[in-house]
Design a protein around this ligand. Structure first.
Ligand code: ADP
Ligand SMILES: Nc1nc2c(ncn2[C@H]2C[C@H](O)[C@@H](COP(=O)(O)O)O2)c(=O)[nH]1
Length: 206
């Protein structure tokens, strides 16, 4: 029997993850697991001074996602029920490897593996690839004040880090279906046919 779909939508900041995950959950009538952002007490501090706040921020994201995914495992995955999420737990490492160094990164990696190695992992990843200009336009459109001065260099590094991470997942997890969406050309918000193309590709691989 095929496993139930556990679909994670991924991509760099502003790529359109929450938007697409919400649309997919509605379309397939699957529950939606959504990242908590506005209540995060460290995010605006991190954007003002990343050196002082990165460890607290990464640990906060990790603990929140761990708890959400532990609940998801019990409520949905163990009951063979489908779910759509606007993140993959692996994004913690993608960010932490960029924001932490030395002993802090070593400690973080150990805690990451301790908390997440036995969590259920998505069997589908919809990866939205978007370039710097697209990310910047969407971050501006979303209008969160603390994100308006994000260093373009940081976004460019994250774009690269996401490429590396997806290549790693493809090479090491052949059972995970990775569907790459061209987020610059495919406007699933304005063009229903673009959204239907993504839906069709997921259905074909389910
Ligand atoms: N394909 C798209 N075309 C145009 N605008 C988009 C598209 N996807 C998302 N947006 C807009 O861009 C902003 C960021 O999208 P969001 O889904 O929050 O990104 P993410 O979750 O990846 O950070 C939102 O204002 C959203 O309405
Ligand atoms: N340093 C980290 N920042 C993160 C992480 N996950 C999300 N974020 C930031 C990026 C955005 O400013 C905001 C919302 O994320 P979206 O990708 O949904 O735009 O939070 C993380 O693990 N570390």
């Amino acid at each position: 029997m095929k496993p139930s779909p556990f679909i994670a939508v991924e991509g760099a900041i502003g790529a359109g993850k929450t938007t697409l995950a919400t649309m997919l959950a509605k379309r397939f009538d699957f529950p939606l697991l959504k990242e908590i952002v506005e209540e995060n007490p460290f995010l605006d501090k991190f954007y003002q001074n990343s050196g002082d706040w990165s460890f607290q921020l990464e640990m906060f994201f990790l603990c929140n996602r761990y708890k959400q995914l532990e609940d998801t495992a019990l409520k949905f995955v163990s009951r063979r029920e489908p779910v759509v999420s606007d993140y993959h737990i692996y994004k913690n490492l993608i960010f932490a490897q960029r924001t932490l160094k030395g002993a802090q990164l070593d400690k973080y990696r150990k805690i990451y593996h301790l908390l997440t190695d036995d969590l259920p992992k998505p069997n589908f990843i919809v990866f939205i690839q978007a370039d710097l200009a697209t990310l910047q336009q969407r971050i501006a459109k979303r209008g969160r004040s603390f994100e308006q001065d994000i260093d373009p260099g940081y976004l460019e590094q994250l774009i690269e880090d996401y490429e590396t991470a997806m290549a790693h997942i493809k090479a090491n997890e052949p059972e995970t279906v990775v569907i790459t969406v061209d987020g610059n050309a495919m406007d699933f918000v304005e063009h229903p046919d673009h959204f239907e193309q993504i839906v069709a590709e997921i259905k074909e691989r389910m």
